[in-house]
Write a protein that binds this ligand. Structure first.
Ligand code: FE
Ligand code: CA
Length: 534
């Protein structure tokens, strides 16, 4: 799929012209000692603001100071003090809290404020100030109290926003929907620029990010987009990552090129992720590089209505089964070609996260248990299955880890968290599916539907032809719907009695002003696992 740059970039060009004008002023600003910044000749909040990881009384506020997004020079020579405010009204007349935060050069002048002491279950407005510059105002909210059963939760979920593949109209529509929450499931950036589809294994794709400076530059580029900023300014986000925040098809400490320096690259990528996301870092002992490993899997409760089990399927997984000769990363294999795929010790989450997830199931008081995770959980054979052992499977997703998937399903049966629903991204296709213990057998008392799955399409990233997706749906009868020729997001509405999923498809991803429409809607009723098309 190709687009003309001149059509696609019109909304973003205005910004770039402005940037060039201001760039000349930045060298001057860098000469000022940080502590005395009273005025800047540049606007420091060009990447917008964000909030995330909502708790009943706390929220993380984020911004990053840049003198000019495409300028890799630091905006100051030392740490900068940034003021922040959070208020009960958008006019900031009733302040709930305010303070100073330090933007450190070693964290790219990013700011993370973990605000506490807020009221549960209410909206707030926040902003940052540096000198006489005031940031855009972000709207955010806290989660309901732990023991409350709210009447509804509306959230959007999305993934996969390759900059070069379209405009972020989907984010404009997410902002317009004014959800309580946005859940982002990975591929927030892609580590490369435009690339040649005919030679995807080229040693280094165009402008590929490898160093910390390169990852920072790519986040800065993506975050200049006004529609992406609007979606951040509209609601708190819960985020996890997938492969492209680091490198295509990486697994654990191995990338597809078997780069011996991959862990250094991963460390840089994890740091850049932290620097650009409204997330809490667990306190870590000083000394070791705190980004060599970074725990991002986490639980978020929305009172007793919903529990989000946010997973990390990249950092701890067993290496890909049966990669192509001399490579790491994914492959498509049959059981005859690859017995390794079925090995019982293989894990997608890692031992610790598997145990943590089982604990989260066992302890959950929530009506709905949302598995917020990267990739399609439903089995997706690429060829028809006539008898056991048939099928061909892509090894990067859950199909590369079928025994681990079965363990997860057994834990759902054993610990009985109410109404599990998996939400997924990565495959750039809308799917709605019933998840069952054994995908190759009919549903029965011994082979129950254990959960529903809704997989979102991409914000922009391209996918396979619809005719191929139709074959997937036909060959995988637990899939009730598949759509790969539209970009967009999913709107979820959770109430105690039922959850609705609405697949939102853009008319034209190349247009920032694209319309959106509901392509299909599905319902899951309380106590009745499995999806119903509405
Ligand atoms: Fe993707
Ligand atoms: Ca991916």
């Amino acid at each position: 799929m190709t687009f003309s740059n001149s059509d696609m970039q019109s909304d973003r060009r205005h910004f770039l012209v402005q940037s060039a004008r201001i760039a000349a002023l930045t060298a001057l600003a860098a000469a000022f000692p940080a502590a005395t910044i009273a005025r800047t000749s540049w606007y420091p909040f060009r990447l917008g603001v964000a909030s995330g990881s909502p708790q009943p009384t706390g929220i993380v506020l984020w911004t990053r100071i840049v003198s000019e997004p495409s300028n890799p020079q630091p905006p100051a020579s030392a740490a900068v003090t940034v003021r922040w405010e959070i208020a009960e009204d958008d006019g900031f007349r009733r302040l709930a809290a305010k303070g100073d935060a330090t933007a450190l050069p070693e964290l790219a002048f990013s700011v993370h404020v973990d605000v506490n002491g807020l009221q549960p279950d209410r909206w707030y407005w926040y902003r940052f100030m540096l000198g006489d510059a005031v940031s855009p105002v972000g709207r955010t909210r806290t989660a309901p109290p732990a023991d409350a059963l709210p009447s509804s939760l509306r959230f959007a979920f999305a993934s996969c926003q390759h900059w070069e593949f379209g405009q972020y109209a989907a984010h404009r529509h997410i902002a317009a929907a004014a959800p309580d929450l946005v859940v982002f499931l990975g591929d927030y950036i892609y580590e490369w620029g435009p690339y040649d589809e005919a030679h995807p294994a080229a040693v280094r794709r165009t402008g590929e990010s490898v160093t910390l400076a390169e990852y920072r530059a790519r986040y800065a580029q993506y975050k200049t987009d006004p529609h992406l900023q609007a979606a951040h300014h509209a609601a708190p986000w819960i985020v996890t990552w997938d492969d492209h925040e680091v490198a295509n098809d990486y697994g654990n400490d191995r990338d597809e090129r078997l780069d011996p320096n991959f862990l250094a690259r991963r460390t840089a990528a994890y740091q850049a992720f932290y620097e650009h996301m409204p997330v809490r870092l667990p306190a870590l002992p000083a000394g070791a590089n705190r980004f060599a490993h970074m725990r991002i899997y986490d639980r978020h409760d929305w009172g007793r209505l919903a529990r989000f089990h946010v997973l990390d399927t990249r950092q701890y997984r067993s290496h890909h089964a049966c990669p192509k000769p001399g490579r790491g990363g994914s492959n498509s294999v049959t059981d005859a070609q690859c017995a390794e795929r079925l090995a019982p010790e293989r894990t997608l989450l890692g031992t610790d996260q598997e145990a943590w997830l089982a604990n989260g199931f066992a302890s959950s008081q929530a009506k709905w248990n949302i598995l917020a995770q990267q990739t399609l959980m439903a089995q997706a054979t690429q060829i028809p299955i006539a008898k056991p052992g048939d099928g061909r499977f892509w090894t990067d997703g859950w199909d590369g880890y079928p025994v681990a998937r079965r363990r997860l399903f057994e834990d759902l049966i054993k610990y009985r968290p109410a109404n599990p629903i998996a939400i997924s991204g990565d495959v750039h296709t809308f799917y709605a599916a019933d998840l069952k213990r054994d995908f190759n057998q009919q549903v029965s008392a011994g082979n129950p539907v254990v959960a529903a799955e809704f997989c979102g399409t991409s914000i922009t990233s391209s996918s396979r032809p619809q005719s191929r997706t139709d074959q997937y749906v036909a060959q995988n009868p637990h899939m009730k719907y598949g759509c790969s020729d539209r970009r967009g997001f999913v709107m979820m509405e959770v109430t105690p009695a039922r959850t609705l999923a609405r697949f939102q498809g853009l008319d034209d991803v190349a247009r920032a002003d694209s319309g959106v429409s509901t392509l299909a809607s599905f319902m899951v009723e309380d106590g009745k696992p499995g999806i119903v098309r509405t």
